[in-house]
Structure formats: structure tokens, C-alpha cells
Design a protein around this ligand. Structure first.
Ligand SMILES: Cc1cc2nc3c(=O)[nH]c(=O)nc-3n(C[C@H](O)[C@H](O)[C@H](O)COP(=O)(O)O)c2cc1C
Length: 316
């Protein structure tokens, strides 16, 4: 009831069938499991919250340094540090049950059974809106990555889809591929209900004094404003080549900091957007964007945010 007064009806939308009070969510790995940002972000104003990746077993992650600032972004190699699914259920689910927004659990794994194990363990929990599959981790068995091989991607998505009886599945695509449209097609063939893109770009930062990498893992994933044009390009490409025809919604992300950034992603074809790195600068950015969007719409005579989706002038 409270939510209805907080958010403009022009922003109400859905993602993979899940109703949202706004099209602005948080991105995985940048806001913990929920409690960490509870004092800083008004969850009632969020379209949804995405947890950091949860794996079958608890993981300490990589050694420090795990994050370094770059000129227009962040390079991170956290290494999927997380509490593992059993502690997630015992320690995090009780808080998530009380969160006044849709919570998407991001799931990562090293082989297919890792994904299906986590999903089967979590599927009974009605407080979860759905799953977001992080398919950008090394697949140890094949020496490949799910997110870069269409055949493996279709297989893991199909297995994950079959493991959940009640929840929608977003598949998060990696931009570190030759043709992201092929991966989008594979995810949809496997049964994805929505696509999220993009995850981070592989990058490197070197200390010119020590000649050593600034991140212990050597390489990291680049995020933030530096990748925004690249993310926008990928969202538009996937929308135009695959998602629009398949009627599969896109959750767009990569460098979003302002309302006009969010609008650009919607125009490029995203149904909703997520804010990640910018939360470290100002955790209230998602709710600020949600507060500013209605004025953007009414100034242009639009009555609903969905009227922006895919309206980029070159969209076919
Ligand atoms: C510190 C950090 C940790 C992240 N951890 C995860 C993660 O656990 N799982 C995942 O799917 N994406 C993770 N991401 C990627 C973000 O969710 C997002 O896809 C990416 O950073 C692009 O959005 P942004 O530029 O708004 O941050 C992480 C990003 C950052 C900066």
C-alpha cells in the first residue's frame, strides 16, 4: 500500500512476469545480499534487488587487492566470494523475506550440477522473485566458459530452467565474446525468460613503479562509466537481432549513473536497467533515477515508461 504512494504509476512494469514499481534495479555483486544497503537505499522504491552471486559452496574469493579504480571505472576480481547456498538460506533468506522489493538471486557455478544444486535448494523460497544466472565463470571441466560457448550456454540454461519449478530465469551475458547475439540466441533456446547484459569486460591495470599488476588476480572485470557506450551497443544489438523478435525482455546495465543514462538503455531496447558501480559513489542513484523518470516522460507527452523501450531512432 505504501509503495503505491511512493512510485508513479507511469513506472510500473514487469520483468519476466515479475511486477516492479520502477524499471530501476541494483546489479549483482555491488550491494551484497540486502542488509548491507538497508540504511542507505529505500528498497520500496527499487524495481528489484539482485544479490551477489551465490555458489554451491562457500568461497573466500581471490586475495587482495581485489578492486582498483581506473580512470572512468572499476576493475574488480572478487572471485565470487560468497557464503555458499546453505549459509545463504540460513543467514540471508530471513532478511530477504522482509525486503519490500523483488529479490533476484544471482547464481554462479563451475559445472552444470553447481547451478542446478543451488537452484533446487532455493526454489521453494517464495520470497525470491527469480534467478539470474551468472554464466561468466570458468567451466573447469571443459576449460571453457559457459558464457562464451553457445552450446554450453544452452545446456546450462536448459538444466537450470528444469531445476526451477516456480521461478523465472534471467541469463546474464558476458560481453567478452565475438558475437553476443549468438549467446543471446543460445540462452533463449535454453529457456531464458529474460536476458541481462552486460557483465564486466576483462581488463588489466599495471603499477608503473613496481611493474606488477594492481590486482592480485592480474586481470579483473571493468565496470562503470568507461563501459557505458559498449554496454549500450550490446543491449541494442541483442534487442534488434534477437530479443525483440523472441519477445524476451532485457535488463540493461553497464555504467549507468544518471536518469539520461537509464533512458539511453531503455531507448536501446532494455525493458529495465540495473545500477552497479555507481552505487559506490551514491547508493541512492536507483531511487533518484526512479524519482526523475516521470518528469522526463511527461515532458515528452509519454504516459508510461514502456513507451521508451526500443525507440532509438535507428531501431528496426
Ligand atoms: C565489485 C563488483 C562485483 C561484482 N560482482 C558480480 C557478481 O558477483 N555476479 C555478477 O553476475 N556480476 C557481478 N558484477 C557485475 C555487475 O553486476 C555489472 O554487470 C557490471 O558491473 C556492469 O554494471 P556497472 O557498470 O553499473 O557496474 C560485479 C561488479 C562489481 C563492480
Amino acid at each position: 500500500m505504501m509503495q503505491q504512494n511512493l512510485i508513479d504509476p507511469a513506472l510500473r512494469t514487469t520483468l519476466a512476469g515479475v511486477p516492479m514499481v520502477s524499471p530501476v534495479l541494483t546489479a549483482s555483486g555491488t550491494c551484497g545480499y540486502g542488509p548491507e544497503y538497508a540504511e542507505l537505499l529505500d528498497y520500496r522504491r527499487l524495481g528489484g534487488f539482485t544479490t551477489k552471486s551465490v555458489t554451491r559452496h562457500e568461497r573466500p574469493g581471490n586475495n587482495p587487492e581485489r578492486i582498483v579504480e581506473t580512470r572512468a571505472g572499476l576493475l574488480n576480481a572478487i572471485g565470487l566470494a560468497n557464503v555458499g547456498v546453505e549459509r545463504f538460506i540460513a543467514e540471508k533468506i530471513p532478511f530477504i523475506e522482509r525486503m519490500p522489493t523483488s529479490v533476484w538471486v544471482n547464481v554462479a557455478g563451475y559445472d552444470i550440477s553447481d547451478y542446478t544444486f543451488v537452484i533446487e535448494r532455493l526454489d521453494e523460497h517464495a520470497c525470491i522473485a527469480g534467478f539470474e544466472l551468472n554464466v561468466s565463470c570458468p567451466n573447469v571441466k571443459d576449460g571453457l566458459m559457459f558464457g562464451t560457448d553457445p552450446r554450453l550456454l544452452r545446456e546450462v540454461v536448459a538444466a537450470a530452467r528444469a531445476a526451477s519449478k516456480r521461478h523465472p530465469m534471467i541469463v546474464k551475458l558476458s560481453p567478452n565474446v565475438t558475437d553476443i547475439a549468438d549467446l543471446a540466441r543460445a540462452a533463449i533456446d535454453g529457456g531464458a525468460d529474460a536476458l541481462s547484459l552486460i557483465n564486466t569486460y576483462v581488463g588489466l591495470s599495471i603499477n608503473a613503479e613496481t611493474w606488477k599488476p594492481n590486482i592480485a588476480n592480474v586481470t579483473g572485470g571493468l565496470s562503470g562509466p568507461a563501459i557505458k557506450p559498449l554496454a549500450l551497443f550490446n543491449v541494442h544489438r541483442v534487442y534488434r537481432e534477437v530479443a525483440q523478435k523472441a519477445n524476451i525482455p532485457i535488463l540493461g546495465m553497464g555504467g549507468i549513473q544518471t536518469t539520461s543514462d537509464a533512458v539511453e538503455f531503455l531507448l536501446a531496447g532494455a525493458t529495465a536497467v540495473a545500477v552497479g558501480t555507481a552505487l559506490f559513489v551514491d547508493p541512492t542513484i536507483p531511487q533518484k533515477i526512479a524519482a526523475e523518470l516521470p518528469a522526463y516522460l511527461s515532458k515528452r507527452g509519454l504516459s508510461h515508461v514502456s513507451e521508451l523501450v526500443g525507440r532509438f531512432a535507428f531501431a528496426k
